[in-house]
Write a protein that binds this ligand. Structure first.
Ligand code: AGV
Ligand code: CA
Length: 313
């Protein structure tokens, strides 16, 4: 059994990642926390509690969802953050009334420390938003490094093609890194083994019309219906806003590494200035396992397989 702690930021692919993590037969999800970044935190926490209540499995699901009190350096656009409200209102998540999973007593970074320390074996940490809660956890309790097997992070890019189109930055930065560049630096400076799922690989799994149709055809399975509904909230009307399966790829790779090819690199991060949050290859940098290539057919099959096995009622 693999013990996983999941910290996410409430956009559609973050919530779908939670849904799929709950379906992995060999995963015990020891904790979940939400940071106020790419989704308004209250509906994102609420939707997370409802997803666990509706689609969790008794002894493999977390007992609570922790709410982060971390604050942005650069906040996400409101238009993107709003989808959490709609997701939280989906009828399938509200059919049973109030969720049975409570909000954790501690804020996310302290919850992370507590839950990781409670486990005897090492924990896999999956993060699909900014790294702020982990950076704060490492500052409060540096010894958790010894209890984390690997950090799987959706963030960064190594080819200088960022996805942030905001004034004052140079176009080389990925959004999760841009939200809090100093936090990326803190985590890079630690001894944690890191698997980075950057834009270089997530670009290989765009959300296409064919993919929406594939899920629509299988909507008799409630989890695939929810996935299709979820992704119907996001579209790519503006320039630079194509939606990819960023976080779902990261989440699946944390348990099914055979879905991708990786390479070992050394990397540094720029913490200030117009390239703040830029991750780059640098022989003097920290070691990183970097995802290069996605086996896309196997990846989409795995999503279907996990979702079809989700609880029907
Ligand atoms: O940069 C990718 C990260 C992922 O964790 N997020 C979305 C995923 O949850 C930010 C993001 C980039 N482009 C976006 C994003 C878009 N068009 N809509 C919503 N979020
Ligand atoms: Ca995210």
């Amino acid at each position: 059994m693999q013990s996983v702690y999941f910290n996410h930021d409430g956009n559609v692919d973050d919530l779908v990642s939670l849904l799929l993590l709950l379906q992995m037969p060999e995963v015990k999800l020891i904790g979940v926390s939400v940071i106020d970044a790419d989704g308004y935190i209250d509906p994102a926490v609420s939707a997370s509690r409802k997803i666990i209540s509706r689609f969790g499995t008794a002894n493999r699901q977390p007992t609570a969802v922790a709410k982060s009190d971390s604050r942005p350096v650069h906040q996400f656009p409101k238009e993107w953050r709003l989808s959490a409200f709609s997701f939280d209102d989906f009828p399938i998540l509200n059919e049973a009334g109030k969720p049975t999973i409570p909000i954790a007593k501690q804020p996310a970074h302290l919850d992370m420390i507590e839950k990781i320390k409670q486990v005897d074996s090492k924990v896999t940490l999956v993060m699909t938003g900014p790294l702020t809660d982990l950076a704060r956890a490492l500052t409060v309790e540096p010894t958790i490094v010894n209890q984390i097997q690997t950090l799987y992070w959706m963030g960064g890019t190594l080819n200088s093609q960022g996805n942030v189109a905001e004034p004052g930055q140079d176009g080389t930065v990925e959004w999760n890194a841009y939200w809090d560049p100093a936090a990326v630096k803190t985590v890079w400076d630690s001894d944690l083994p890191i698997v980075m799922v950057g834009l270089d690989s997530t670009n290989q799994v765009p959300l296409t019309q064919a993919l929406r149709q594939r899920w629509a055809k299988q909507r008799r399975y409630p989890a695939l219906d929810l996935i299709g509904q979820g992704y119907s909230l996001v579209h790519s009307f503006e320039a630079n806003s194509t939606y990819y399966l960023w976080d779902v790829l990261t989440t699946l790779v944390s348990h099914y590494p055979e879905l991708v090819d990786t390479t070992q690199v050394n990397s540094t991060v720029i913490a200030t200035g117009p390239a703040a949050g830029r991750t780059e290859i640098n022989t003097n940098g920290r070691p990183l396992t970097f995802v290069t290539n996605v086996h896309a057919d196997a990846f989409f099959d795995k999503i279907d397989m996990l979702a079809k096995n989700a609880p029907l009622h």
